[in-house]
Design a protein around this ligand. Structure first.
Ligand SMILES: [Zn+2]
Ligand SMILES: [Zn+2]
Length: 163
């Protein structure tokens, strides 16, 4: 059924697409996207900014699904293992991955003001970082690059003291 006059809210549409992709990825790998794991992923995608485990726990409680933190951490570990989400260590929050089917590190632009995160999928950057590590005999297990700054939607700071 299509509603030509009203496009779905972009965030909701993106979440639906991400969930469908997650189903496919898990099916292909023979891993199980349980109800809880699916819901946690949906909560992450529905949020305009990345969420911490306790914020996710709060939404689950609102769902009438009170769970202990370990339950949520296990679900998050599964989603991380499957590459469906990324963890931003500097903020200890989780964000949905746009390319869950491919193995990649991640480069993230994190807006300090609104908390929005953009994921870059730059294979060249990934390759450069890998090469630098390899040249030093370093084996990389995980690679996440986090850049903190201001997104184009947030106004620049106004300095009032003239310095
Ligand atoms: Zn990603
Ligand atoms: Zn911003």
């Amino acid at each position: 059924m299509s509603l030509p006059d009203s496009l779905p809210c972009p965030a909701a549409a993106r979440a639906q697409q991400a969930l469908a992709e997650a189903e496919t990825v898990c099916q292909q790998r023979g891993s199980r996207l349980t109800d809880l794991r699916r819901r946690v992923l949906e909560i992450i995608w529905n949020s305009p900014a990345p969420l911490g485990a306790y914020a996710i726990l709060d939404v689950l409680r609102d769902d009438g699904r009170p769970g202990a933190p370990p339950t949520v951490y296990r679900a998050l570990d599964f989603l991380l293992d499957q590459g469906l989400i990324h963890r931003l260590a500097s903020l200890n929050v989780f964000t949905g991955c746009h390319q869950p089917g491919t193995q990649h590190g991640g480069q993230f632009l994190i807006c300090r003001d609104c908390g929005r995160v953009d994921e870059l999928d730059n294979a060249t950057l990934d390759g450069l970082l890998q090469a630098e590590a390899t040249a030093r005999g370093f084996t990389v297990f995980a690679q996440t690059v986090e850049m903190l700054g201001r997104c184009p939607d947030c106004p620049a700071e106004i300095t009032t003291d003239g310095r």
